[in-house]
Write a protein that binds this ligand. Structure first.
Ligand code: ADP
Ligand code: MG
Length: 331
């Protein structure tokens, strides 16, 4: 295989273009100074961007580059899912260290192309440069939705149920295991894969938005406490979470039963769950459970929205849980 230096910046861009289906005329994707894109009539464009820096967001030794490619788009898809938007296009910017292996880039592109195809998302452009540090990946995603269906963080009402999808804490526990040296190919794969290959809840987010049953929604990237905190801030309310009701996977239970104390901080503040957290009026419970069944994704009521201005977590014994940190922050 050719090296990156031989291929050069424009060779690499040509190679990337050849690997991804391009927008069809009159739209314009990779190759000009800017892309030309048209949202469907009556829909608003929904845009989000996420940065993944080597050593900060990922360690190349933790898993194959293919999974890093899948995750780079998954975290962006998750942001669109939380708004109830339909993914359409994405942009890929790469800062690549000199001498980087083309095989690794190939693996990364394989995963990215898989995830893009799974969600009908078209690569419409990006930027490519060298890096004096590690590999840095930035993906910008664009989706669309009818404005009246878009779900924001700001709509929660006191008395609403607080719901979460799937299960919490698996990804954070997976990361802990990876940092302890555990690798794919063993009994811990379900946990490691929640960290290395998260599943964005796109279809679920879209169904919830279209059904008009939800008041506010967010995706859980920084941990339930922190992200529900964002809903509460934007909605000017508080929330009460019953830890005993949080959905936990059998894998997390098995692993945690060996610990002297239950790892609540991992579950509520570990982050990178990429599950959806939303609030909805109590009278919508049944309709929401129906959506859960159709989508094949568990949805659980874990607490309620309150008039206070804080997020309280209540332990199974009824006492207040005081976390030492309420989620990951960079600085
Ligand atoms: P500029 O000089 O304006 O930065 P480039 O030469 O970087 O333009 O980009 C040329 C075309 O290639 C543009 O359409 C751009 O969107 C696309 N492009 C560059 N890098 C990437 C990438 N990593 N992935 C997808 N498209 C890319
Ligand atoms: Mg450029």
């Amino acid at each position: 295989m050719k090296g990156l230096a031989e291929l050069g910046e424009f060779g690499l861009i040509d190679h990337i273009r050849a690997r991804f289906p391009q927008p069809v005329a009159p739209e314009l994707g990779i190759g000009d100074d800017a892309a030309l894109l048209s949202p469907s009539a009556g829909r608003q464009v929904v845009v989000s961007t996420d940065l993944l820096a080597e050593g900060v967001h990922f360690d190349p030794g933790f898993g194959p580059a293919r999974l890093l490619g899948r995750k780079s788009l998954a975290v962006n898809l998750s942001d669109l899912a939380s708004m109830g938007a339909i993914p359409r296009w994405f942009f890929l910017s790469l800062a690549i260290p000199a001498g980087f292996s083309l095989e690794t880039i190939e693996g990364f592109l394989d995963g990215l192309a898989e995830q893009a195809a799974e969600h009908n998302c078209i690569l419409a452009g990006g930027d490519t440069c060298g890096s004096k540090g590690g590999l840095t990946i930035s993906v910008t995603i664009m989706g669309e939705q009818r404005p009246e269906l878009i779900l924001k963080r700001s709509g929660a009402q006191p008395g609403d149920d607080v719901w979460v999808s799937g299960s919490l804490g698996d990804s954070a526990l997976g990361l802990k295991l990876l940092m302890e040296g555990v690798r794919l190919g063993g009994a811990h794969d379900p946990l490691l894969l929640r960290q290395l290959d998260p599943t964005p809840r796109c279809e679920l987010g879209l169904k919830l938005a279209e059904a008009g049953l939800v008041n506010a929604m967010i995706d859980i990237s920084d941990g339930l406490l922190a992200d529900l905190g964002h809903i509460c801030e934007q909605s000017v309310c508080g929330a009460e979470i019953l830890l005993g009701q949080l959905p936990l996977s059998p894998a997390l239970y098995t692993c945690s039963s060996k610990q002297p104390v239950f790892p609540w901080p991992l579950v509520i503040s570990g982050g990178e769950d990429y599950e959806l957290c939303f609030t909805a009026p109590r009278c919508n419970r049944e309709a929401i459970q129906k959506i859960s069944k159709t989508a094949g994704i568990p949805l659980t009521v874990v607490g309620k929205v309150t008039n206070s201005r804080q997020v309280q977590a209540i332990l199974p014994d009824g006492t207040n849980f005081q976390p030492s940190a309420s989620g990951y922050t960079h600085f």
